[in-house]
Design a protein around this ligand. Structure first.
Ligand code: ADP
Ligand code: AMP
Length: 218
């Protein structure tokens, strides 16, 4: 089963993806994570996208489509979770084409709906484990033991350079201008499911499980 998690920055896409990877053996394809890895490695691609990402703008379609194409070729038995991709209509059309070429399809697109005010709070409180990437929040989801990752026991944590109010404003603009039209695109294909992302993590997860179990029935 291949699914897209669609929603603004901070909606909970990464949090829910990690759980689906753990529980359903799916493979998470986060273009944001891939681009941050490229930056960390100091590659030419990483240098090219750094400024654009820090500003909160989208990188060009051909870059992210190329990244996704490479990963799709590797295959995934449990299916793919597209997290933060596609973000434009051109990316959505390219994904349709890539999947069709591989004899695959999308089974569901899950829109995580979250109010803008809540996004500001989520983004400003977000931190991740530097070791395993587990996603935490200062108040909504802190580590059980202060300074120690619940999952891997790591003691180093990171905050994203673009998780500041100025970049967030720009990222939200980009989302509403370029990404939110995808809601209509997938609705027209009969694939869209809207989930109330304001609910606690566990309730959002239960709702996603219900949708995926239903979609699996065919
Ligand atoms: P995205 O991948 O969509 O940008 P994340 O999964 O990284 O979003 O979540 C953003 C922040 O919000 C993180 O700090 C995370 O711990 C927190 N968060 C995620 N889901 C919820 C939720 N349902 N309720 C409250 N906080 C949440
Ligand atoms: P994310 O981790 O999904 O919040 O993405 C962080 C940043 O990476 C975005 O603000 C963009 O600059 C860039 N990015 C990630 N995915 C895409 C995409 N599909 N298209 C264009 N830019 C992207």
């Amino acid at each position: 089963m291949n699914i897209i998690l669609l929603g603004p920055p901070g909606a909970g896409k990464g949090t829910q993806s990690r759980r689906l990877v753990e529980e359903r053996g799916m493979v998470q394809l986060s273009t944001g994570d891939m681009l941050r890895e490229a930056r960390a490695s100091g590659s030419e691609l990483g240098r090219k996208v750094a400024e654009v990402m820090d500003r909160g703008d989208l990188v060009t379609d051909d870059i992210v489509i190329g990244l996704i194409e490479e990963k799709l070729k590797e295959g995934a038995e449990g299916g793919f979770i597209f997290d933060g991709f596609p973000r434009t209509l051109a990316q959505a059309e390219a994904l349709d084409e890539l999947l069709a070429r591989l004899g695959q399809k999308l089974d569901a697109v899950i829109e995580l709906a979250v109010d803008d005010e809540a996004l500001v709070d989520r983004i400003s409180g977000r931190y991740t484990c530097a070791g395993c990437g587990e996603v935490y929040h200062d108040t909504a989801r802190p580590t059980r033991e202060e300074g120690v990752c619940d999952v891997c026991g790591g003691t180093e944590f990171k905050r994203r350079a673009d998780d500041n109010p100025e970049s967030l404003r720009q990222r939200l603009m980009e989302y509403y201008k370029k990404t939110s039209p995808l809601i209509g695109y997938y609705h027209a294909k009969g694939l869209l499911h809207r989930v109330d992302g304001m609910k606690p993590v566990g309730e959002v997860a239960a709702e996603i499980d219900r949708i995926l179990d239903e979609a699996a029935k065919g």
